[in-house]
Design a protein around this ligand. Structure first.
Ligand SMILES: NC(=O)c1ccc[n+]([C@@H]2O[C@H](COP(=O)([O-])OP(=O)(O)OC[C@H]3O[C@@H](n4cnc5c(N)ncnc54)[C@H](O)[C@@H]3O)[C@@H](O)[C@H]2O)c1
Ligand SMILES: [Zn+2]
Length: 369
């Protein structure tokens, strides 16, 4: 088992990564010395594999967990969708020292975290991520929340978990597409922060695709450690944390314009990362080779790297609604090389020209200066 200790202003908690940790969650929770009331929040398609092991572990440690089952999917990540959590907590007379356990992907994690942040003005919760996205990203950092019909994650709170327990065995039951989509965020960490990690990903693609435990454990641990270090430096996203948005500005535009249906989030991020890298290349900030390497790795992971044919004006309009926008320019995370990046604003005229020029082969254009 590998352990990361995350310290933010008021909080300190461990992120543990390893095989079979769901059998130990009861012992982990017991050490937190919180109250005896525990509710496991999950979905039927996750519960069928892991609920029994988690509940047995909790029972063996002296807890009597209740299970709150929510339907699976982003469309239930709403204020109405979390109501059943509050209803059950009230019905079972949960008190301030109670703990929620989020057993699932980012959707369950965000909803459970928000319920924990708001029930009785805040109770504890423990994250048990069961998707790659949740293990390397969503479960770490304390951003919780739900969607509003007008936009994703518009309602939320910062509320740190008491612990993150990432059992990499649970990633085995993810569909291939879901698993590979999550790898986009893993590649992101290598590009924005750690060249040696990017090298490792390149050298271990088969083992990663085959979900070999030792390699997967390293990949999740390194990714989680990078995320934790960034969150630790900037809990409320005032500065450094913005680099986590690499690939997300254009990625979100693609998701929005395709109705959040055609692509998984990671697939859109993969396209967004290559687009941002090509933009950096155009602006003379990044070498062609760094774009080629990223594209090759993402392709190996079965991820799309070319933008679909979307109207550049529509893309610009969507990006203008981004929270990070300034007049006449958009803020982008642009790599300088593999392992380092900068946050900078790109003039609308430059961005528009880039989008209109479209996908020309890099080898032919020499980076389109
Ligand atoms: N809080 C943050 O910092 C943060 C960061 C990134 C993403 N997010 C949020 O995370 C959400 C996306 O999370 P996600 O990609 O994990 O999607 P998800 O939670 O919807 O899970 C994807 C699918 O996989 C299923 N599933 C989960 N674990 C499984 C397992 N082990 N075996 C089989 N099936 C399993 C789920 O039921 C679901 O159908 C979005 O709502 C996003 O906004 C939050
Ligand atoms: Zn993301």
């Amino acid at each position: 088992m590998r352990r990361i200790c995350l310290k933010t202003g008021r909080w300190q908690y461990d992120v543990v990564v390893g095989s079979g940790l769901r059998h130990r969650v009861g012992a982990f929770l017991k050490r937190q010395a919180l109250g005896e009331q525990v509710a496991v929040v999950t979905s039927p398609n996750i519960a069928k594999y892991y609920k029994a092991d988690v509940c047995n572990s909790l029972t063996a440690a002296g807890f009597s967990p209740i299970v709150i089952s929510l339907p699976s999917g982003e469309r239930y990540k709403t204020l109405d969708g979390i109501r059943p959590i509050y209803d059950q907590l009230v019905r079972h007379k949960f008190e301030r020292r109670a703990t929620l356990i989020a057993l699932g992907g980012g959707v369950i994690g965000d909803m459970t975290g928000f319920a924990a942040a708001t029930y009785l003005r805040g109770i504890g919760y423990l994250q048990m991520p069961t998707t790659v996205v949740a293990a390397v990203d969503a479960s770490i950092g304390g951003k919780t929340g739900v969607d509003h019909p007008q936009g994703k994650n518009l309602i939320g709170a910062f509320h740190q978990p008491c612990m993150v327990v990432a059992d990499i065995e649970t990633l085995k039951t993810l569909s291939r597409r879901e698993y590979q989509s999550g790898l986009a965020e893993v590649v992101k960490y290598g590009v924005i922060q750690e060249a040696s990690f990017f090298d490792y990903l390149e050298q271990n693609t088969d083992a990663i695709l085959n979900r070999e435990p030792a390699v997967l454990s390293h990949v999740v641990h390194r990714s989680a450690a990078i995320k934790a270090a960034i969150v630790q430096a900037d809990e409320k996203e005032m500065g450094l944390r913005r680099i986590l948005n690499y690939g997300h500005t254009i990625g979100h535009a693609v998701e929005t314009l395709t109705g959040y249906r055609r692509y998984k989030h990671g697939e859109a991020v993969a396209m967004g990362m290559i687009a941002a890298s090509r933009l950096a290349c155009c602006m003379g900030l990044l070498s062609k080779d760094a774009v080629v390497r990223q594209r090759a790795l993402l392709k190996r992971f079965g991820l799309p790297t070319a933008l679909p044919p979307l109207d550049p004006n529509a893309m610009m309009a969507v990006m203008a609604q981004d929270k990070k926008v300034q007049a006449g320019a958009k803020v982008f995370v642009l790599p300088d090389k593999i392992g380092a990046c900068r946050v900078m604003s790109v003039a609308d005229a430059v961005l528009k020209k880039f989008l209109v020029d479209g996908e020309e082969p890099l080898s032919k254009t020499g980076g389109r200066s």
